[in-house]
Design a protein around this ligand. Structure first.
Ligand code: B4P
Length: 190
């Protein structure tokens, strides 16, 4: 069983590459962004609260996303492996993930970080915003807020995995297929 954390700033290609990894390796995809958007679409209380926060470009509270991930791990006892996309986004979430893994007798094999500069991120998200209908992709100021939130709260998660000897970085600019090949090369060595 392999459990991978796909890491990177908003727009780095995590969702894009996750889809390809699921097709190739049969991982169960756990994207906190997708789980939150599903709650919003269903109009749940959690979704209504999360929408307000996401539309401000800031992170939703740790306990909300940790609870969602915990439920999904427990709901998939037969999984060949999990791909964590957009989670953990804070050190507290990373610690909670380690506890959940231990509790379920599994572990994180490695974190793969997609490295993309801020200018390219802004460009990609504004393009996605033209068709995605996502309020958080439609305005440059909000995108900058999300990137800033990533720098202050999420970047320390990379150090957390580096200390465990589990961090690998990959250039996230270029052809999607080429980046995918680099990711697979790292996974195949885990
Ligand atoms: P997410 O849904 O995780 O959104 P994201 O980071 O913007 O998406 P992603 O990075 O997967 O997009 P991709 O690069 O694939 O989070 C949204 C919000 O939810 C957060 O701001 C936060 O409020 C909340 N949230 C989620 N998880 C949370 C957590 N754990 N804790 C607290 N809050 C949380 O795609 C971007 C675009 O780039 C696409 O259009 C794609 O086509 C394009 N692209 C991809 N690769 C490319 C390439 N190589 N070249 C050119 N374009 C490329």
């Amino acid at each position: 069983m392999q459990n991978i954390v796909l890491f990177g700033p908003p727009g780095a290609g995590k969702g894009t590459q996750s889809q390809k990894l699921i097709d190739k390796y049969g991982f169960v995809h756990l994207s906190t962004g997708d789980l939150l958007r599903a709650e919003i679409a269903e109009g749940t209380t959690l979704g209504l609260e999360a929408k307000k926060i996401m539309d401000m470009g800031i992170l939703v509270p740790d306990e909300v996303v940790i609870g969602m991930i915990d439920n999904r791990i427990k709901a998939n006892p037969e999984a060949k492996g999990f791909i964590f996309d957009g989670f953990p986004r804070t050190v507290a979430q990373a610690e909670a993930l380690d506890s959940m893994m231990t509790e379920n007798g599994i572990k994180i094999n490695g974190m793969i970080a997609l490295v993309v500069d801020d200018e390219e991120l802004t460009k990609r998200l504004l393009i996605r915003g033209q068709t995605s209908g996502r309020a958080d992709d439609q305005n440059e100021e909000l995108i900058r807020k999300r990137v800033q939130e990533y720098s202050t709260k999420t970047m320390p998660v990379a150090d957390y995995y580096t200390k465990q000897g589990k961090y690998s970085a990959i250039g996230g600019i270029g052809e999607i297929e080429e980046i995918f090949t680099h990711i697979c090369n790292v996974i195949d060595k885990f």
